[in-house]
Design a protein around this ligand. Structure first.
Ligand SMILES: [Zn+2]
Length: 75
């Protein structure tokens, strides 16, 4: 199994969620809008490494966005 990349969630002031995926090869961070993120869709780092997020990683990202919004008192 390939390693699942580490990722962080960024919310802008309009609460649009951005996933920041850290490359397991070079550590470069790739930003991707969570709304347009395709589960199992291919994502590549600038170094060519595969940084795709699988279904469970995407689900985890959505869950984390929910938690962040909750902590802001939005839900
Ligand atoms: Zn890379």
């Amino acid at each position: 199994m390939k390693p699942t990349p580490q990722f962080d969630i960024d919310l802008d002031k309009h609460y649009n969620a951005t996933v920041v995926i850290a490359c397991t090869e070079c550590g470069h961070e790739t930003r991707h809008n969570l709304k347009t993120l395709q589960p199992s869709g291919a994502l590549q780092c600038q170094c060519g490494a595969d940084i795709s997020m699988d279904d469970s990683a995407v689900a985890q990202a959505f869950r984390r966005v929910g938690e962040i919004k909750q902590s802001y008192g939005l839900q």
